[in-house]
Design a protein around this ligand. Structure first.
Ligand code: NAD
Length: 267
């Protein structure tokens, strides 16, 4: 396979499940050395590390809760100590705590905003500090650094019963664009991927029975659920110099979920 990211150093948060795992494997297969961040299940993180090593890239599992400033700083310090630097950050870790608005507790609200939005802020800040310190490494990339924020179609589509989640992703959108605007002169590119419905543990209830899957298909014009690989392919491209003129953009990967599918029958 084409080693489009050969020699680059990547960090993926929440890389021992779902989309993060798919992205970490694809970056490793494309030639990047990868830090596999995890919060729980170290044994699964180690399996991801072993698979990446099987592609001939280096990999290292590092524990950190993305919502804890000291843990994030320690993780970046360990990465720089081990791999020398960072070229690619994929701020992926995220969770849901669903409830109707009138029943949503402050704990549920804070849990989602703290991990999905503040966690991405903390990781972006640490990565940019290292990108600015180091500057461009022309031997591996035209850019001094690349950040990919894992957002969601719910930075666009309002989502009843998930107000905290949609607010966190709406926040990610303008955080990403504002950071992109600020750091572009330093040759740092910052973009988001907005997945639609991807087959992972976070939304198992939406695809693991035939009834649920049929209902899901009503909002997906392309008539299949997404797989982590669909997101991983977009991430490898965004991280590569093939996307060197792309910054501040949300890339929707959703089988047409954002195309107002209800209007297909209302022409
Ligand atoms: P997942 O539950 O399989 O994976 C989430 C990962 O984040 C897990 O590894 C989990 O341990 C980790 N994580 C959660 N809290 C953490 C914390 N505080 N510190 C470190 N790691 C933490 O779900 P997924 O579908 O792979 O989700 C990944 C990202 O994609 C999330 O940001 C999610 O919002 C986004 N997303 C998913 C879908 C989908 O349909 N699956 C759609 C749109 C967006």
């Amino acid at each position: 396979t084409l080693k489009i990211l050969q020699g680059q150093k990547a960090l993926v948060t929440g890389a021992n499940s779902g989309i993060g795992m798919g992205v970490a494997l694809a970056l490793g297969e494309a030639g990047a050395d990868v830090v596999v961040n995890y919060r729980s299940k170290p044994e699964v993180a180690e399996q991801v590390v072993e698979k990446i090593k099987g592609f001939g890239s280096n990999a290292l599992a590092i524990h950190a809760d993305v919502s804890k400033e000291d843990e994030i700083q320690a993780m970046f310090a360990k990465m720089v100590e081990t791999f020398g630097t960072i070229d690619i950050l994929v701020a992926n870790a995220g969770l849901q705590r669903d409830a109707p608005i009138d029943e949503m507790t402050l704990d549920q609200w804070n849990a989602v905003i703290t991990v999905n939005l503040t966690g991405q802020f903390l990781c972006c800040r640490e990565a940019i500090r290292e990108f600015k310190r180091r500057g461009v490494r022309p031997e591996v990339s035209c850019a001094a650094g690349k950040i990919i924020c894992m957002s969601s179609v719910h930075e666009i589509i309002p989502w009843s019963g998930h107000v905290n989640y949609a607010a966190s992703k709406g926040g990610v959108m303008l955080m990403m664009k504002s950071i992109a605007q600020e750091v572009a002169p330093h040759r740092i590119r910052v973009n988001s991927i907005c997945p639609g419905a991807i087959r992972t543990p976070i939304n198992k209830a939406a695809w693991d029975t035939p009834e649920a899957y049929d209902k899901l298909m009503k909002v997906i014009p392309y008539k299949r659920i997404g797989e982590p690989e669909d997101i991983a392919h977009a991430a490898v491209w965004l991280a590569s110099d093939h996307a060197d003129y792309v910054t501040g953009t949300s890339i929707v990967v959703d089988g047409g979920m954002c195309l107002f599918p209800g209007f297909a029958e209302n022409g």
